[in-house]
Design a protein around this ligand. Structure first.
Ligand code: NOJ
Ligand code: NOJ
Length: 615
């Protein structure tokens, strides 16, 4: 008897203790949860930045690693997009008063100056800037040769936006010459790229769809508008910024009358309802913008209508959203057809939904009015049923302006509460959480998840970045045209870029006849960096699109430096992690001289073959 009573007492003591543990953020109210999680998130992002980030040993100075996760998925790379969005957050934090972040900002600036010059599978930096479209690199800033959705044209725009935010701070703090001589040359390359290539298709932010992406175009437009103003302030020329009105014209074509179609100029079988569109609007948020601005701000009627469609879609998609009524926050993912890692809600998109609503409220309050029209009516009905199509003014005592603001703010908070519910007690943020159970999954400690939590927290706390000039942005022309301005590219040597010269490359098609088992893949690896410097993890994958029973052809098209002599060999591997099997010969070729026609190898596999394996 006695024994059993004390056993029960012990168990209940442990249980009580566990519930009351100070690390359990869920026991606090929303504001204190956000404050605690914001600090965890800021540190979580810093932990993933080289050279001192505690989670990413091996990362070079200033390189932001997407996640420490090295398997399933392997995110131990630096993405230009994730890095730029993270630095935009850190730079804003710095401007809001966290001066300790300055060295990290400078590390990033130096790292990016060098990274711009690195030749990669998207191309070289000189003469045409093509390499700037490469989405990801090794964490030491060297090229990544594997198959990938490339180019991705949002990267240069996002990087320019982050660097311009910092440059404007320098300008306002008596350091104009630093901005002009050290940082502007990096920005100038990126804006040249935007002005030259905005009208060419590329892969979307989810790295899957080759077309024209709302998120990309919206950020490209912002970068050019902001670039023109900064160039003016610094007394320099922005090559490419003249394209801004055409980019803005194109941005208008994503609206289908009911929602924003995330990717156009592509037929990917999707509805186009995609978190892409809210991430775009929060990335171009301008506290001074008018809500009818064609830049499609969070307070814009199309953006609001789209928000409702998106949220209703995800309410009906995930089991964890079952039973949550309209007008209340839900878990939000990339797009409803998504299957990546199971196709789940993402932390960074769920918090982005909240940020979007905080942004919209800030804009209405700053304008002192809200205009509800036919397009946005359904959005407002969900949270304020008495709403009608009309203007609500904050200065009019009879107008329920503030009731509507409170309703939208509560709606925003309800998305934060969803995030809170599915964030584990230690506050760590993975990429996704399970659509049926809410358990975290995919890449752990995702830098972008942390950055997104901090930017949401900034807006919730009333911290807004300075205007980027939406009011002065030129209106789009009446008829759109797919124009382009030739870019001007030069290494940003004052920021530490190597003084590279134009790299002339020649097309080399590697063709090898290699009979393979189902599931087996062929790679080519060699002694140059274009061929992975003998590192199998950075070899070039060949494709079997031309493989027939007559000819077991594997092939890949590469661009190699003109005139260089290359050692290489082919490698095979079953796709279930069997060991790599190398050819027993060392092959050599000499890349033809600059300006020559390309060459094609005509190789046949030499060496042991694999086994059918057990995949
Ligand atoms: C990896 C990409 O990062 C991810 O966005 C994509 O969904 C998967 N590859 C599948 O294509
Ligand atoms: C996959 C995401 O789809 C992509 O947007 C991101 O850049 C990478 N993961 C790295 O986080």
């Amino acid at each position: 008897m006695h024994f059993s009573r004390s056993f029960v007492g012990l168990v209940s003591l442990l249980f009580t203790k566990a519930l009351a543990a100070p690390s359990d953020l869920r026991s606090r109210d929303l504001t204190s949860f956000v404050a605690a999680e914001r600090a965890i998130a800021l540190q979580g992002a810093l932990n993933n930045i080289g050279p001192n980030g505690s989670e990413v040993p091996g990362a070079g100075s200033g390189f932001v690693v997407a996640s420490p996760s090295k398997v399933n998925p392997d995110y131990f790379y630096t993405w230009t997009r994730d890095s730029a969005l993270t630095l935009k957050m850190l730079i804003d934090e710095f401007i809001f008063g966290n001066t300790a972040l300055l060295p990290t900002i400078w590390d990033y600036i130096h790292a990016q100056a060098t990274l711009q010059t690195v030749s990669n599978p998207s191309g070289t930096f000189l003469p045409e800037g093509l390499g700037l479209g490469e989405p990801k690199f090794q964490v030491d800033g060297t090229r990544f040769n594997g198959a990938w959705g490339r180019p991705q044209r949002d990267g240069p725009a996002l990087r320019a936006i982050a660097l311009m935010t910092f440059s404007n701070w320098l300008l306002n703090n008596g350091q104009k010459s630093t901005a002009k001589t050290i940082i502007w040359p990096i920005i100038s390359n990126d804006l040249s790229y935007v002005g030259q290539y905005w009208n060419q298709t590329g892969f979307d932010l989810w790295e899957e769809t080759l077309g024209s992406s709302f998120f990309t175009i919206q950020n490209q437009h912002r970068s050019l508008v902001e670039g023109a103003q900064l160039a003016h302030d610094l007394g320099v020329t922005c090559t490419g910024c003249d394209q801004a009105p055409e980019v803005l014209c194109f941005l208008q074509s994503f609206w289908n009358g009911e929602w924003i179609v995330a990717n156009i100029n592509v037929d990917n079988g999707r509805t186009g309802v995609d978190g892409n569109s809210i991430l775009g609007s929060i990335a171009v948020f301008d506290i001074d913008a008018y809500c009818d601005s064609p830049t499609i701000q969070p307070c814009n009627s199309q953006a609001l209508a789209n928000f409702k469609v998106l949220i209703d879609t995800f309410r009906a998609t995930y089991e964890i959203n079952d039973g949550i009524p309209e007008g209340q926050g839900v878990a939000v993912g990339r797009y409803p057809e998504d299957v990546y890692q199971g196709g789940n809600p993402w932390y960074l998109i769920t918090t982005a939904a909240a940020e979007f609503l905080y942004d919209a409220v800030a804009q209405w309050e700053a304008r002192h009015n809200l205009i509800v029209d036919e397009t946005s009516l359904a959005f407002f009905k969900d949270i304020y049923p008495a709403v009608t199509v009309r203007q609500y003014n904050s200065g009019n005592a009879n107008s329920p302006f503030f009731q509507i603001m409170d309703a939208v703010t509560a709606y925003a908070d309800s998305f934060v509460a969803i995030a809170e519910k599915y964030i584990p007690a230690n506050g760590s943020l993975a990429e996704q959480f399970n659509r049926d159970t809410g358990v975290p999954l995919s890449a752990y400690d995702l830098t972008w998840s942390y950055a997104a939590f901090v930017t949401m927290s900034q807006r919730r706390a009333g911290q807004y970045p300075a205007s980027w000039g939406t009011r002065n942005a030129a209106a789009p022309p009446a008829t759109c045209a797919g124009t382009s301005t030739q870019g001007v590219y030069a290494p940003a040597t004052a920021a530490g870029a190597p003084n590279v010269t134009s790299t002339c490359q020649v097309n080399v098609v590697f063709n090898v006849n290699a009979t393979t088992y189902y599931g087996e893949n062929i790679y080519v690896v060699g002694n140059t960096s274009d061929l992975g410097a003998w590192q199998i993890s950075n070899s070039l994958p060949l494709g079997a699109g031309g493989y027939t029973s007559e000819r077991p052809l594997w092939s890949v098209s590469a661009y190699l430096n003109a005139g260089e002599s290359v050692d290489y060999k082919y490698v095979r591997q079953e796709d279930c992690n069997q060991p790599y099997i190398y050819e027993t010969v060392n092959r050599t070729l000499t890349v033809p001289a600059c300006g020559s026609a390309g060459i094609t190898t005509n190789d046949a596999w030499e060496g042991p073959v694999g086994t059918s394996g057990d995949c």
